[in-house]
Ligand binder design. Structure first.
Ligand SMILES: *Cc1c(COP(=O)(O)O)cnc(C)c1O
Length: 367
């Protein structure tokens, strides 16, 4: 008789629900036998990698039989220079999700409480569950983080607090004053993880740069990624910045070669390509306006967003609309698993992709 392997798993793993990624283009091609598909489902940079990244990737191919630099010296040096942070405050990850996982495994004990917001990024829930901690999910305020509610939720058992700024999947953001007021209230033994995956897109007044807060708040950890504005989602590179003591711990639990050699080289090249980043941000702002104007014509409302996506209220169960859009060759992201069954999250694409999406929306809404 076969063994009940599920019963062998840790309680944390038994209770996990796998992350639901955006549907890959190739999968939809296989399923529906269609081509010319537009994917606006995973908040990726629609431009493809820049020329310097392509060159760096091809240069490193001759080195693939060697292990990568476990310490990521070149990338840390480049990050240190660009952001004026010490190298011993940087932890590299296989995407920033890796770093979020490392934070959980480093600090969260079974039975601890972890606070995050309703409509918060699902990885926070996964990390919390995997560590057998208790999730304390505070109700959102206008779809965003309610920092007063989060502060009020702190107890003696609170170990970690996750905040995304801007937040995914809602695009909502927090200003510097309110974030500081919150951080002032958090006892210094509670780790606050500030996930800044979309920060490069934001050009708002009073928008905080978490890296500038680290000196004042030793319990703060800022995470960033190369997956969005830097255009390297497939490479899987992210990083955490925190004080040297926290960084030392994260580097103990980190797999020695968690970031591969191609990813390291690509990230250095991307970091040095200011023009690519600036153009990505510009395209995003324009695309956001294009999408907003089109949605308005369709009579739809959306959550104001500081990211590279809009989460749109479809005013009905969005599931069938998501399916209908797939048949039009447009992949967006259902967010029912975030508690938003009537919304669809649409990543900002290239101008023609945004138009394809708007046309497909018009068609499926009138059907
Ligand atoms: C996309 C995203 C990330 C980045 O994940 P990677 O593992 O770096 O690709 C992190 N946090 C949030 C909130 C995101 O939306």
């Amino acid at each position: 008789m076969s063994c009940d392997f599920k019963a062998l798993a840790t309680p944390g793993v038994q209770g996990l629900h796998p992350y639901l990624p955006g549907k890959p283009v190739e999968e939809l091609e296989r399923e529906l036998g269609i081509s010319d598909i537009v994917k606006l489902a995973s908040n990726e940079n629609p431009r493809g990698p820049g020329v310097q990244v392509r060159q760096a990737v091809s240069n490193v191919v001759t080195e693939l039989s060697r292990y990568p630099d476990s310490n990521g010296f070149e990338l840390k040096r480049a990050l240190s220079r660009k952001f004026d942070i010490a190298e011993n405050c940087i932890t590299l990850g296989n995407g920033s999700n890796d770093v979020l996982d490392l934070l959980g495994r480093t600090f969260i004990r079974s039975g601890d409480e972890v606070i995050y917001s309703e409509y918060g990024f699902l990885v926070y829930a996964l990390v919390t569950q995997a560590m057998e901690a208790n999730a304390v999910v505070t109700p959102a305020k206008a779809y965003g983080h309610d920092l007063d509610a989060m502060a009020a939720a702190i107890t003696e058992r609170t170990r970690m607090i996750f905040i995304a700024n801007p937040n995914n999947p809602t695009g909502t953001w927090l200003g510097e004053a309110e974030l500081r007021a919150f951080l002032d209230k958090v006892p210094s033994h509670i780790i606050v993880v500030l996930d800044e995956a979309y920060t490069e897109y934001v050009a708002l007044e009073d928008f905080p740069d978490g890296l500038n807060l680290l000196a004042e708040y030793p319990n703060l950890v800022v995470t960033r990624t190369f997956s969005k504005a830097y255009g390297l989602a497939a490479m899987r590179v992210g990083f955490a910045v925190a004080n040297d003591a926290i960084t030392d711990l994260l580097n103990r639990i980190r797999q020695p070669f968690n970031v591969n050699a191609i990813a390291l080289a690509a990230a250095v090249a991307a970091l040095n390509d200011d023009a690519y980043l600036a153009e990505s941000v510009r395209l995003n702002s324009e695309g956001m306006v294009q999408l907003e104007q089109g949605l308005e014509k369709l009579g739809l409302e959306w959550i104001p967003s500081a990211g590279n996506f809009l989460t749109v209220d479809m005013q009905q169960d969005a599931g069938p609309l998501y399916q209908a859009l797939l048949h039009e060759g447009v992949i967006v992201r259902p967010v029912a698993n975030y508690g938003l069954p009537n919304h669809l999250r649409i990543s900002i694409g290239l101008p023609n992709e945004n138009q394809r999406c708007l046309d497909a929306l018009a068609k499926v809404l009138s059907a």
